[in-house]
Write a protein that binds this ligand. Structure first.
Ligand SMILES: Nc1ncnc2c1ncn2[C@@H]1O[C@H](COP(=O)(O)OP(=O)(O)OP(=O)(O)O)[C@@H](O)[C@H]1O
Ligand SMILES: [Zn+2]
Length: 726
């Protein structure tokens, strides 16, 4: 799990510590989502602290204080567990990085050859100054870092009075920084723009009059009025009017859906046509868009193991390069080779490309209709070899229908339905909803029910008009409650043969009837499962609380390798533990309604769109669209991103080592080495972005249209069909 109940303590590195002054580094200080001004102000307010200077790019903070031991400890405490408010909700991406520095350096490069000798030196030193200062600051406060390498390389060329090379190297470095900022800016902006809440003012109906309010003053229960072209600012229910709503920002689904009174609408979706009044159910940070952008912000912060490992390795290589540069200078006295060697650094390609690959991948996913919560989720998902599905609401549409009613004794069919519907009236289980719908359709009036009890994965017991009524599966009614169900055996068997599930209804200790229920398998399920198989998923497992016959119907229709039925929620978790103990890496797909324990235990939890809040919080992957085809798409993205990360590491180490070798042997001049090094970085960056940009290929529609069963009843593998094999 990525989240716990307690915020984790941040790891701190004290880089400089003399009485009265301390300098501390921690990765989170460089985090774009940390509000450093808030943190500065917070520290400033601690008694004993005199001044605070926070350097975001270096992820460092320097604090002057009154030299008391108590104050020093307080500083460390605050930085270790900073106040939660420092995590700003939305980061300001409104300012693109600035190219003027690069242009200034370029001008200097062009001007220098035309200047008299003295001025050449002056201008070149002046241009190089920011890099030299950064290097000096780094070596004093942080040790040998990339900045030190850069400054070293520039100093050496300056000492050789090679002004052209010096300017050219400074230009490459400045331009490289600019490119880095630009890509970060672009990928963050792209990702956040998908979910950003852009509304500031909304119309709220107060006492029949529409009044304008700032969006954060809207409260639950307010009636919000939205018209043509407007972004819906809250989650809520339509109470008046009609509209066509485009939900593509949330679900990725391009076609508008109709909203009429009673329809649930979500913040971040747009009204294409019409005008509606919405009763707000969730507002502000509770609403869907805000939640999704919080997920994304959290995700952006977390790094995969592969990423952390390669960055650590790259950092370790910096002093090594530095040592080699100095070593070759000491041995050969050749300042040119030394400065060429120092232009090489392994970390910049890795530090730059890995996050770009991850973010581009997440962005591709978002456009395909799902949220993957960050690098470690991508990593875990790429390793999965077993998919475990919940049945109801996941592989099936989750809106079951009552198909038949059988009655026994003196009860009529309508009476059986009335008893069941009255007992279930308060529950939200899909079965309860199906029964409610059926009673409404048949115009069966409900009877006032007294005390009701819902037993998870069993059924309901209730007092209806002073009769004791039981509704549930056979195990509950026959075995747990001891009711003689033999009368129903025959009808049940016939119904099961048609792929229907049966509910038993008992009245005052006797079986009153059976209600048959059918839930339809999602049309894309077969294609999605086959596609997963072709992407290397060996085991497809289904766990259901439903009965054997319904389970077998699913097994007949889909390419499933293993299925378990009649399960209680805890039993689903136990099976999952067993599969894990067999060494499998598991993704569990469910809606969290009766499978939360399993969802939490899986290596990757995948939550369905309408899932329970808990599921959405704990799952690492969220489907935003009711489409199982998004699963193989997510799998493809995760594998692609991981292979890019691995290739990046190999290429960076390989190419840079070659350049380093050329520099050390004098084959490459400092300028050539700098060009090669920076060229590699830019090339790898482009690769990272392009390789992780994937589009869902509109496969769902193609697959939907295809007949999924062959005439002889065998399976069709849609992949084989596409590849022309039959
Ligand atoms: N409200 C209810 N009314 C009647 N029977 C119920 C009710 N809730 C559960 N049951 C019975 O218990 C069984 C198991 O329920 P559970 O909610 O665990 O699984 P499910 O929704 O059928 O399927 P899945 O586990 O695939 O999501 C149901 O198939 C049904 O027979
Ligand atoms: Zn039981």
């Amino acid at each position: 799990m990525t989240e716990g109940d307690h915020p984790p303590k941040h790891r701190l590195q004290v880089v400089h510590d003399i009485p009265g002054r301390i300098r501390i580094r921690s990765p989170y200080l460089g985090d774009p989502f940390v509000d450093t001004r808030y943190l500065e102000a917070f520290l400033q307010a601690v008694p004993g602290i005199e001044s605070v200077r926070l350097n975001k790019p270096a992820a460092c903070v320097a604090v002057r204080y009154d030299d008391g031991a108590g104050t020093r400890k307080k500083i460390l405490d605050v930085l270790e567990c900073p106040p939660g408010e420092i995590h700003c909700q939305t980061y300001d991406f409104s300012h693109p990085p600035d190219l003027t520095k690069t242009i200034r350096v370029a001008l200097s490069l062009i001007l220098v050859p035309f200047l008299p000798m003295r001025l050449r030196a002056l201008l070149t030193w002046f241009t190089a100054l920011p890099i030299l200062v950064k290097g000096a600051d780094a070596i004093l406060n942080e040790g040998v870092t990339v900045e030190v390498l850069d400054a070293g390389a520039v100093t050496f060329t300056l000492m050789r009075r090679d002004y052209f090379s010096s300017n050219a190297i400074v230009l490459l470095l400045t331009f490289g920084d600019y490119l880095q900022e630009l890509t970060e800016y672009k990928s963050n902006r792209l990702l956040l723009s998908l979910y950003k809440q852009e509304v500031e003012w909304v119309w709220v109906e107060v006492g029949g009059v529409e009044t304008r309010f700032p969006v954060d003053e809207v409260k639950v229960g307010d009636i919000v009025v939205c018209g043509h072209g407007e972004l819906i600012p809250v989650d809520g229910v339509v109470v008046e009017g009609a509209a066509a709503i485009n939900a593509s920002s949330i679900t990725g689904e391009p076609l508008p859906v109709d909203a009429t009174p009673g329809t649930e609408v979500f913040s971040g979706t747009v009204i294409e046509e019409g005008r509606i009044k919405i009763r707000a159910v969730r507002v502000g940070s509770e609403s869907t868009t805000a939640k999704i952008s919080q997920y994304i912000e959290k995700s952006l912060k977390n790094k995969s193991r592969v990423q952390t490992e390669s960055e650590t390795m790259a950092n370790r290589l910096v002093p090594l390069t530095f040592g080699m540069g100095l070593g070759i200078f000491a041995v050969t006295g050749d300042i040119r080779r030394a400065s060429a060697a120092l232009t090489v650094d392994y970390s910049c390609a890795l530090k730059l490309c890995s996050p770009v690959a991850v973010k581009t991948g997440m962005n591709s996913a978002a456009q395909g209709g799902l949220v993957i919560k960050g690098a470690s989720a991508l990593e875990a998902f790429s390793k999965v070899d077993t998919f475990v599905f919940d049945k109801t609401g996941t592989l099936t549409q989750g809106s079951p229908e009552v198909t038949d009613i059988v009655s026994f004794g003196e009860c009529s069919q309508n009476e059986v339905l009335a008893l069941a519907a009255s007992a279930e009236a308060h529950y939200k289980h899909p079965i309860a909803s199906a029964i409610a719908t059926a009673s409404k359709q048949r115009g069966v009036p409900l009877i006032e029910a007294g005390e009701c009890d819902f037993i998870v994965a069993h059924g309901v017991s209730a007092f209806v008009a002073s009769h004791e009524v039981l509704v549930g599966n056979r195990h509950f009614v026959a075995e747990d409650e001891g009711i003689d169900c033999s009368m129903g055996e025959e009808s049940a068997r016939a119904l099961h043969a048609e792929g229907k599930s049966t509910l038993y209804v008992a009245k005052d200790g006797e079986l009153a009837g059976l209600i048959a229920i059918r839930d339809v398998i999602r049309p894309e399920a077969n294609a999605a499962l086959w596609r997963l198989k072709s992407l290397g998923i060996k085991h497809l497992v289904v766990l259901t609380g439903d009965q054997k016959e319904a389970a077998e119907a699913v097994k007949r229709a889909l390419p499933i390798t293993e299925i378990h039925w009649n399960l209680l929620p805890e039993e689903k978790a136990v099976i999952l533990e067993r599969l894990k103990a067999e060494g499998r890496s598991i993704a569990f797909v469910g809606d969290g309604v009766n499978d939360a324990p399993a969802l939490i235990r899986a290596d990757v939890g995948v939550s369905m769109p309408g899932g329970a809040d808990l599921a959405r919080q704990t799952a690492q992957v969220l489907l935003l669209r009711e489409d199982l085809m998004t699963l193989p798409f997510a799998r493809e993205i995760s594998q692609r991103v991981m292979s890019v990360l691995r290739n990046n590491f190999r290429l960076t180490v390989g190419i840079n080592s070659a350049v380093l070798l050329m520099a050390l042997t004098g084959l490459a001049s400092p300028l050539a080495a700098a060009i090669l090094h920076n060229g590699t970085t830019i090339g790898l960056l482009t690769y990272a972005m392009r390789a992780t940009t994937l589009r869902p290929q509109g496969e769902s529609e193609e697959f939907h249209a295809m007949p999924l069963m062959r005439a002889n009843g065998g399976f069709v593998n849609p992949d084989a069909l596409l590849n022309g094999e039959r």
